[in-house]
Design a protein around this ligand. Structure first.
Ligand SMILES: [Cu+2]
Length: 126
């Protein structure tokens, strides 16, 4: 997971990741902002830990242009145990995308238009 968020072999380094994995294991639903940071090109939090069965909801802030949420192991480094996509990038504030993560593992994901500038995220499912 660190590799995915900090290495620049595939895409840039996540600008807002400092090694912290935000603990949200007690929550049934966890929110990740899409379009965070100074320029709106980040997921916040970049890394979050949840319990198996938690629904993660990505919510678009409307900042930073059009974004999507894509977990595609073939496009990534590190081991993503999940594969999903919110579809085409959108820039509407208030747009949401949800995934319920039922199995222990790690979901590595990114925004396709902004992979090169490090718009990456990770969810650790325990
Ligand atoms: Cu983006």
């Amino acid at each position: 997971m660190d590799e995915w968020l900090t290495e620049t072999e595939v895409g840039g380094e996540a600008p807002n990741y400092d090694g912290t994995i935000v603990n949200q294991r007690e929550e049934d639903t966890v929110q990740v902002d899409v379009g965070a940071g100074d320029n709106g090109i980040a997921f916040e939090p970049a890394a979050v830990a949840v319990s198996a069965g938690t629904t993660v909801r990505w919510e678009w802030t409307g900042e930073g242009g059009a974004h999507n949420v894509t977990a595609g192991p073939d496009d990534q480094i590190g081991e993503s145990d999940y594969e999903f996509s919110s579809g085409d990038p959108v820039d509407e504030e208030g747009e949401t995308y949800e995934q319920t993560l039922d199995d222990s593992g790690i979901a590595l994901y990114h925004c396709e238009p902004h992979l090169s500038v490090g718009m990456k995220g990770a969810v650790v499912v325990e």
